[in-house]
Ligand binder design. Structure first.
Ligand SMILES: [Ca+2]
Ligand SMILES: [Ca+2]
Length: 68
């Protein structure tokens, strides 16, 4: 977590944690991606549901969102 200097869950690094990041995670999750992927949010070398948990928590907190 936090190894890349951005909020865990902001997979595409656009500064906002939202559904676009989920799409990236879903693609890699469906491909059973393993290795050094940005979608491997918790850094355990596997893209799976555990990474989704991090995304979901931060998505629910609206981290990075600009709220007027
Ligand atoms: Ca993002
Ligand atoms: Ca992982």
């Amino acid at each position: 977590m936090g190894l890349w200097g951005f909020y865990s869950g902001d997979i595409n690094q656009d500064g906002v944690i939202d559904g676009l990041d989920y799409n990236d995670w879903e693609n890699d999750n469906n491909n059973f991606a393993g290795g050094y992927f940005s979608t491997d949010i918790n850094g355990d070398g596997i893209v799976d549901g555990l990474d989704f948990i991090y995304w979901e928590q931060n998505n629910n907190n609206f981290i990075g969102a600009v709220i007027p």
